[in-house]
Design a protein around this ligand. Structure first.
Ligand SMILES: [Zn+2]
Length: 255
């Protein structure tokens, strides 16, 4: 099984390195910067085998060109029909790719952007800016309904599936989650654990799907009282789960 290691970039991005000790394969996910990746490779005496892209945003793609100067023939996997033009192997729904010896399925997850894809298997999911720990990506290009469907497709993953997202947004997300569900005991316990991690400058990631289903309000629009504390300014009568999700997303945008 491959190992996944965080490479810190910018102020709160993680570029995940997927490493297979057996054949020394090393892939990186969403390299918004090249230098931290090159430092990681030098330190661990590794060469880069390939790059995975989840969506076109600059903080996920700006490092690719410089990495290709050093490793000119490696594949760059990413979404088909992306605004980012550096993808050598365009992928679409249900394509499969083998990364560092592990098979992944591609799922299209529009919402944050229209091109967003995630790479998933039962053990590991690379969720980019779609699913964060305790939160989800802002809706820059897609609709709330699209994002709700995207999150529902990820929600089918097993409890033990490890979730690797791009940003260390967890504590800010959990502050919102606590406003939504102040009596959620699992959430309160998780907040304490994340605070301890961050106090030691350690990542809160990966998370896992069982935890996210228990604490992440954006995966919990099916809970009867999820809108019990909705601000009066947003009051309306949602008649579907995605409309409840849309209200949560609007609330978070103004939180
Ligand atoms: Zn993004």
């Amino acid at each position: 099984m491959a190992q996944v290691e965080p490479i810190k970039a910018f102020t709160d991005n993680y570029i995940w390195a997927i490493c297979n000790e057996h054949d020394n394969a090393t892939w990186v996910v969403d390299p918004g910067q090249s230098q931290p990746v090159l430092t990681f490779l030098n330190k661990s005496n590794r060469a880069l085998s390939g790059i995975l892209i989840t969506h076109h945003h600059w903080d996920h793609t700006d490092g690719v060109a410089e990495l290709l100067l050093q490793f000119p023939n490696i594949p760059v996997y990413g979404p088909k029909d992306s605004k980012y033009e550096g993808i050598t192997h365009p992928l679409t729904q249900d394509d499969t790719v083998t990364i560092a010896g592990m098979p992944f399925k591609v799922v299209q997850t529009p919402g944050h952007t229209l091109d967003h894809i995630c790479y998933i298997n039962d053990d590991l999911a690379l969720t980019g800016d779609t699913l964060f720990s305790g939160g989800c990506g802002r809706l820059f290009e897609g609709t709330a309904e699209q994002m709700w469907h995207s999150l529902e497709s990820l929600k089918q993953l097993p409890d033990t599936c490890q979730i690797y997202c791009t940003h260390e947004y967890t504590l800010a997300n959990l502050a919102f989650a606590h406003a939504v569900e102040p009596m959620n005991k699992k959430l309160s316990d998780y907040i304490k654990w994340c605070q301890l991690q961050r106090a030691q400058d350690l990542p809160t990631l990966p998370t896992n799907m069982g935890n996210e289903r228990a604490v992440n309000p954006f995966l919990r629009s099916d809970q009867a009282d999820i809108l019990a504390h909705l601000p009066a300014s947003l009051q309306s009568t949602p008649n579907s789960l995605w409309q409840k999700f849309a209200l949560l997303r609007q609330w978070k945008d103004n939180f």
